[in-house]
Write a protein that binds this ligand. Sequence first.
Ligand code: COA
Length: 281
Amino acid sequence: MTLKPGTPESTFRPDLLAGKHALITGGGSGINLGIAQSFAAHGCAVTILGRNLEKAQRAAQGIVDAGGRALGVSADVRDFAAMQAAAAQAAQELGDFDIVLAGAAGNFPAPVDGISPNGFKTVVDIDLNGTFNTVKACAPHLRTPGGNILSISAYGVAVPMQAHVVAAKAGVDRLTETLAVEWGVRGIRVNAIIPGPIDGTEGMARLAPDEKSRKRVEEGVPLGRLGVAQDIANAALFLVSDAASYVTGVILNVDGGQNLLGGAPQYQMYLAMQAQQNRAE
Ligand code: COA
């Protein structure tokens, strides 16, 4: 596992989430897998839900091999009936959920001119409707009081080439806040994390495929470095733990301060790409 409890790598006590069960959508890779691994390393049973059953099961097996408790299940977050079935299966096998993490996302870099109505709809369906479907399908199995919902959002500012994503994630943010208000009385906390550029993810590979563009991304982060999956896992551990028992409706930036610059760094990259394109034509 990437995050070992009781070592300097983990700030949190080893049994922080002992006896709990988390369902994590999109948990087969990247940031969500990092969160799944660190939850498991802190005693949490984890259900990894993904479109691809084999990938979800492989990720779950990795956690089991490292001494954790995990299950891989398959469903597309766009398919509410499939989400209901997967949530019921997970709850039956590992118990009701203490934590539901809506992490599944779809993305491709494209300017508005290059996005078809179906392309836009596809990302809204995965990111926004998928988050709603996740929450709604898992709600009957969510421990009340004491349950936690956590969504992985993005940006929070205007970002060129990402109109579909920023529009969908703005919806996720407002859904997070509204759910926090509606379900607060049931003792359920609802929060979201906005990750910055995280090293080793599919998104970063697309955004910064070479050393030059990687350097440019780093320069757009006040803390001067790319994040690592553990940075996001640490924030997630905090938000779902009792240390955050009075925290709800928060959209937490975990991005080295990148949001403080608005979308300016991404805009500079966009201008550079446009200039390169114009030179090539
Ligand atoms: N630029 C512009 N449009 C694109 C595109 C790109 N790079 N990639 C896909 N699209 C469009 C397609 O052309 C299609 O629209 P059309 O029918 O008008 O042609 C639409 O998006 C749906 O594409 P499709 O491949 O059929 O959808 P899918 O459901 O199989 O895949 C995606 C969904 C497009 C989001 C795909 O990138 C995906 O599965 N991503 C999951 C992983 C991921 O994005 N991880 C990063 C998370 S940050």
